[in-house]
Design a binder for this molecule. Structure first.
Ligand SMILES: O=C(O)CCC(=O)C(=O)O
Length: 299
């Protein structure tokens, strides 16, 4: 991780850790995959080493937490959800922000890729009301137990969840922190840990998730001032220390817990494969969720 990354602001160039020796994993990723799920089962709760990594770097990674069978079933559900919302999207309210098409459909926001892929879904938020399987995933102990530790609570509820679809050629997610989006709505913005579940094997150049490790220690950083409508939500490039970029090219079914203040994003998908991911944010129990305002207690 000492190698400086010179990719520049959300460059398509792979970050330096994109290929690494899993035996000496600089991310401290814990391997969960095994041919024998009983033998390989490790405690769902984060270990002290993982918790220390989360505090210090702003993230903790667990590789192959969900099996390929579980992910295949989940992706079949997600395909059906995607087709259903796109089919119904003409019923929603359409608007354009920074050249991108958005549709509000009931309590869901659909964001589409910019042209020429503007009929392809980029983000769906929230996703869990559309499938009991998605809600079951969010209640899975492999997510809930770590989230109890990260929120410091005995019981947790859902703040928000979304699916990022990232088709081949799909667009970048600019550097940002989540805390500025949520600070006006959330009861306690410091208690909103995120988890990304990778839904496809992430290859170099597929636009893998990236973070600036340690950046969560520095509070909310100044935003872009480039005249775009969403400038206030993106971190100014001058605030991004590119020498601290970590890119996660993990197998499907891996999970990455990350802090709401951590600067993160991802580059365009230059591969020929989709790079889907589910991101869920947890909070203490009995609090309303971001978009539906329903309380979704998860355990
Ligand atoms: O999916 C990604 O690579 C990044 C997504 C992200 O940063 C977000 O949805 O807030």
């Amino acid at each position: 991780m000492s190698e400086p990354w010179i990719g520049g602001p959300m460059s398509d160039k792979p970050a330096p850790n994109a290929r690494r020796n899993p035996q000496q994993d600089p991310l401290g990723a814990v391997q969960h995959a095994s041919k024998d799920p009983v033998e390989s089962r490790v405690s769902e709760a984060l270990t002290q080493i993982e918790l220390d990594g989360y505090q210090g770097r702003g993230f903790a990674v667990r590789r192959s937490v969900f099996s390929s069978e579980e992910i295949a079933q989940l992706n079949a559900v997600i395909d059906r959800v995607e087709q259903a919302v796109v089919r119904q999207s003409h019923l929603g309210r359409e608007y354009i922000i920074d050249g991108r098409r958005f549709i509000d459909l009931d309590a869901h926001t659909l964001q589409f890729e910019p042209a020429p892929f503007d009929n392809d879904l980029r983000v769906l938020e929230p996703a869990h009301p559309l499938s009991a399987d998605l809600l079951a995933l969010l209640m899975d102990a492999r997510l809930v137990l770590p989230m109890k530790q990260l929120t410091g609570c005995d019981e947790v509820s859902l703040w928000t969840d979304k699916i990022n679809f990232k088709r081949p050629g799909g667009s970048e997610f600019g550097w940002h922190q989540d805390a500025p989006y949520w600070i006006h709505d959330a009861a306690q913005v410091t208690q909103l840990p995120n988890v990304m579940v990778t839904l496809d094997d992430v290859m170099p150049r597929a636009g893998g998730f990236r973070v600036i490790q340690g950046s969560h220690h520095e509070g909310i950083r100044p935003a872009r001032n480039d005249g775009s409508q969403l400038e206030g939500f993106y971190t100014h490039d001058d605030e991004v220390d590119f020498s601290r970029v970590v890119e996660f090219n993990e197998p499907a079914g891996s999970v990455i817990f990350f802090d709401p203040f951590l600067i993160h994003g991802s580059a365009r998908n230059q591969s020929t494969h989709r790079r889907r991911a589910l991101i869920a944010t947890y909070q203490p129990a009995n609090l309303p969720s971001l978009k539906t305002k329903q309380v979704v207690n998860l355990g």
